[in-house]
Design a protein around this ligand. Sequence first.
Ligand code: HQG
Length: 184
Amino acid sequence: MDERAKTAASKFLSLVLRHQPEVAGLTLDAAGWVNVDALLEGCAACGNGLTRAQLEHIVSTSSKQRFAFSEDGLRIRANQGHSTEVELGLTPVEPPTRLFHGTVAAALPAIRAAGLQRMARHHVHLSADEGTALAVGGRRGKPVLLRVDAGAMHAAGHLFYLSANGVWLTTDVPSAFIEGLSAG
Ligand code: HQG
């Protein structure tokens, strides 16, 4: 499988495991899992077939660890990023004092007014390092880095979760906790 085919397959897996399992004739269980055999059959049935070895290769080499197999290897799910209702079973953990979010200038007026909202996802996604946040923001244009005072949010009772692939998740970030949101 060349890189292009791998990227296309990974995007299709994201669509199925995070957003629209029905395109492959599947439903996710409450925690987002689907049977691996059913996934392979469903992908084949809608013209996006891949072998088990190719699936295992994508899961193990995805730089962002987007997907995970269950311990017994029989099921698979996306580690985060769902727009469907799933309960990932994450436990709240204390965040680092400072977390980062990358966005673009066009979003700043709305973020200033409403804070960071989860938009179509389950959570607002934050990074522990600036480089990752800049890369995330850079998907949409020239990235703007926002610094989140996660320590103060935690002290104020906001819950944080750390996904299996190292993304920090929280429900929303009120603008009072965001540095770098200069007025105007
Ligand atoms: C912005 C990718 C207006 C927010 C990445 C962002 C990440 C607001 C966009 C993961 C807003 C949402 C998540 C508000 C936030 N008004 N705009 N109040 N609050 N926004 O894609 O954080 O490829 O849902 O700044 O690597 O960009 O999916 O979130 O620009 O880890 O594995 O609304 O997605 O990973 O966009 O990215 P997203 P995100 P995957």
